[in-house]
Design a protein around this ligand. Sequence first.
Ligand code: NAD
Length: 539
Amino acid sequence: MSAQETGFTLLHDPLNNRGSAFTLAQRQQQGIEGLLPQAVDSLETQVARIHLQLDTLDSDLQKYLLLSDLQSRNQTLFFAVIMSDPATFMPLVYTPTVGEACQKFDHFYRAPRGVYLPITAKGRLKELLSHWPQKDIRFIVVTDGERILGLGDLGVNGMGIPVGKLSLYTAVAGVPPELTLPITLDVGTNNQQYLDDPLYLGLRQHRVRGAEYDAFIEEFVQAVQALYPKSCLQWEDFANINAVPILERYKDKICTYNDDIQGTAAVALAGIYGSLRISGQKLTEQRFLFMGAGSAGTGIAELISEAMVLEGLSIEEARARCYLFDVNGLLESTRTDLADFQKPFTHQHAPCKSFVDAIESIKPTAIIGVSTVPKLFNQQVIEAMSRINERPIIFPYSNPTSRSECTAEEAYRWSNGKAIFASGSPFPPVDFNGQKFVPGQGNNVYIFPAMGMAVLATESTRVTQAMFIVAAKAVAEQVTQASLDSGLIYPPQSQILDASLRTAAKIAAYIFDQGLARVAKPADIDAHIRGMAYKPMYA
Ligand code: NAD
């Protein structure tokens, strides 16, 4: 390859490209001279240019696309931009914007990123995976696109989720981007709109189910283990009929977790711990009523129950404090339509189809919305909660914003300012009765990047439930009294990198104590993690 070809290739290699920041000496050395305008920019100038370009765009989707193109061109600059203002950029590279980006992924498709594994390639998954250029992969986020956020089956259009999520592992907790790999398993889609759309990019067939699907997953796990033995496999946005059994099958065999189930559970638990700092109550005094009994709802209920066990309850006593309500009403013992994973939360109670009636009967201290259905926490619901509780905990967690069970403004107004509120998608601050309330976002981003960094730093062999409880406590402990006074129960997103590194250090310490690490314990875990964390700068 000639010097010119090497330089040209370098300009198109997102991991090593510096664009206008290549120095004159580097340009001469690499054969780039003449391929760039003459000025040599600093990274700061390049970041300022991207900010300026973003300011000219009207819609968040356009900004998402600009950032996505940048990521394909120059990863260092991409991460420098995101990390320059995480609170602003996280909603652009992940929820809520990523929801719309996924829905239109095939229409706006530009550059490929990550690996696509179609079920038609069964028997050859290892070969396809081996085409990925990086050989030391530590973190994989994989989806089959069946339940993307609250938007349903988006088929291969769901690839925006693993891509966006892994960007956050890097931007929020410093997991080096070259160690990450986004993967989409294409087993078809049942979304007729996509099947009929000539621009759809995935397999044009209905979803494969049953034994064939399970064998495909097994082959995939084996291939990952063979090629990337130090990797952690994170399952993302699978429909709960698959998500729960897959996690059950692999959680004690390999280093793996499901963020929809366990990450969601941990961030909700962190929110509960934060809320209890406001109300001054104990976890074991709470009663929870969930709107939605899918993977998120049952995952949160289980982790809360396990956390209650650490505070002295038996697991049965703890689960008895968690009630779930789904599309067919309250989960109670006469129901015959329940899946195995819902049964631990099925209690003796009369059949009940009205959520307000369930509130009046169960008298929950907290309601958590994970139904994917907007507006279910209506005025009657919030008023009932406010009548029963001095400080009702109201968490509408369904994403994206259009699916939220209520808005922050509705929760504060209908509860007369009493609600302790957090939501899945962000809401702006609310002025009510002369007071300014700052709603927290129960965003899994407080948990999964930190978990990733802790697993990377320790080379942990497993990801356990107890690690998520440690993470939840670490997040809640970091909320300042000033934040709690404004109603904010999570650390501010503007300081998320620091918060994540602290959380990662707490999880890592636990991993070392439990003997799950594959590396020696460093003298100073915090310094060790900060030293490993990716920094967006040209080497
Ligand atoms: P899921 O499909 O597994 O479960 C949805 C549940 O809601 C089911 O039990 C269903 O019966 C129930 N439901 C549907 N319509 C209902 C209705 N009208 N009334 C009552 N219940 C109804 O989905 P999931 O994985 O559990 O996710 C649920 C939601 O939680 C999604 O919107 C997702 O984006 C959100 N979520 C948020 C976070 C977060 O913010 N941290 C994390 C994970 C998931």
